[in-house]
Ligand binder design. Structure first.
Ligand code: ZN
Length: 239
């Protein structure tokens, strides 16, 4: 189970019913995985673990990347750490085997895990690439430079065809979607460099020049994004 996230009791009950039905039909749950530390991905994992213990006497480990476990140390007690490259051998409803390989793809959050089925070309991209809305890169946990590296790594996966992000619908042209994410960020970066060269001195000043297509209500979020770009430019010694 990946991202047993909901705080909502009825959604948790729906997830429990689904997992119960797998277990009752001789399915096995290997782990309850949290992709990353953000609130909307981590609220139901301990409750699911307790449910499976009480109902089936199963001890399913809570699992995440070490960086996620550190960030959530006061909220969730993870028993297993997942590393880049770790492979999960699984089976679908008909018993046909498939495997998911773990990709540690930091940037949106330091410990973000994605999972790739190379045979089908299917990527669970977490919050790296989503089917709905946009991805926030907010320092200090968000890092634009590593985010772009993670996007490139996902784009270059051999046989990549489609992806499911943590929000919104499935994406059927995964490579071009990721390509458009990269292009969008690089375009923003160019605009930010231009804004600085033409005299903008603060993150807010840059936002007002660059994010002219965004409602002022979102300026605070845009400022975070600008700070992430500025940090990348500093790392690359451009400013
Ligand atoms: Zn997130």
């Amino acid at each position: 189970v990946i991202d047993a996230a909901s705080e909502d009791k009825s959604e948790q009950a729906a997830l429990h019913r689904l997992v119960d039905s797998f277990v009752e039909n001789s399915g096995e749950c290997l782990a309850i995985i949290t992709t990353h530390q953000h609130q909307d991905h981590t609220s139901g994992e301990t409750i699911l673990q307790t449910h499976l213990r009480e109902r089936f006497n199963l001890e399913i480990p809570l699992a995440a990347h070490r960086r996620t476990a550190e960030a959530l140390a006061r909220k969730t007690n993870f028993q297993t750490f997942i590393e880049d490259g770790e492979t999960f051998d699984l089976a679908d409803e008909d018993g046909k085997p498939f495997s998911l390989k773990t990709l540690h793809t930091p940037g949106h959050a330091a410990g973000l895990l994605a999972f790739y089925d190379a045979e089908f070309g299917f990527l669970l991209s977490g919050d790296n690439v989503v089917g709905y809305g946009s991805v926030v890169i907010a320092p200090p946990e968000g890092d634009m430079k590593t985010y772009l590296q993670s996007l490139e790594r996902m784009r270059d996966l051999p046989n990549l065809r489609f992806l499911c992000g943590s929000h919104g619908a499935a994406v059927f042209d995964a490579k071009s979607k990721i390509e458009s994410y990269i292009a969008h960020r690089l375009e923003r970066e160019k605009q930010i460099v231009k804004a600085i060269e033409s005299g903008a001195r603060t993150a807010r000043g840059i936002v007002e020049r660059v994010y002219t297509d965004v409602s002022p209500a979102l300026y605070e979020l845009a400022e975070k994004s600008v700070e992430a770009h500025l940090e990348k430019l500093r790392q690359e010694k451009i400013f």
